[in-house]
Ligand binder design. Structure first.
Ligand code: RB5
Length: 153
């Protein structure tokens, strides 16, 4: 499993913590930036990870910002992306088992490094359980197809 990782300036330090965790555990990953606390725009970095996951080159993505909210909203605009904002391990596990989330987002202003590490550990270890959940995830893809190519307005 290869993990694509990114953050804006508001999530930079949390992203560095996640990067350390991934490296310590020998999990292949690529850091798409940002590389300092200089202000940047979070949609740019959410898009880098979302496109990396959509391409299939990376199976999972993790994106950090101040709250985790902006990057989740942006990443979920990319077809095929199911980004889940998780600040607890229960949600992290459920986002994999029920929603087949392929991107995890977290907020540096919301949680500390220890909890973030545990959330990442649980999220990467959890698998989609399929069954009735597969039917529901398929319906999310149907919504994407319904609105593909225009606003419909
Ligand atoms: C940046 O100040 C902040 O808005 C961003 O990191 C994030 O929290 C947005 O959702």
């Amino acid at each position: 499993m290869r993990v694509a990782l990114a953050a804006d300036h508001g999530g930079f330090r949390l992203k560095e913590e996640v990067l350390s965790f991934l490296r310590e555990n020998g999990i292949p990953c690529h850091d798409f930036g940002t590389y300092s606390e200089e202000a940047v725009d979070y949609p740019d970095f959410a898009l880098l990870v979302a496109e990396a996951v959509r391409s299939g080159e990376y199976q999972r993505g993790i994106i950090c910002c101040g709250t985790g909210i902006g990057v989740a909203i942006a990443a979920n605009k990319v077809p095929g992306i199911r980004a889940a904002l998780c600040h607890d391990t229960f949600s992290a596990r459920a986002s994999r088992e029920h929603n087949d989330a392929n991107i995890l987002t977290m907020g540096q202003r919301v949680i500390g490094p220890g909890l973030a590490r545990e959330i990442v550990r649980v999220w990467l270890a959890s698998e989609f359980t399929g069954g009735r959940h597969a039917r529901r995830v398929a319906k999310i893809a149907e919504i994407e197809r319904k609105y593909a190519g225009g606003s419909g307005c």
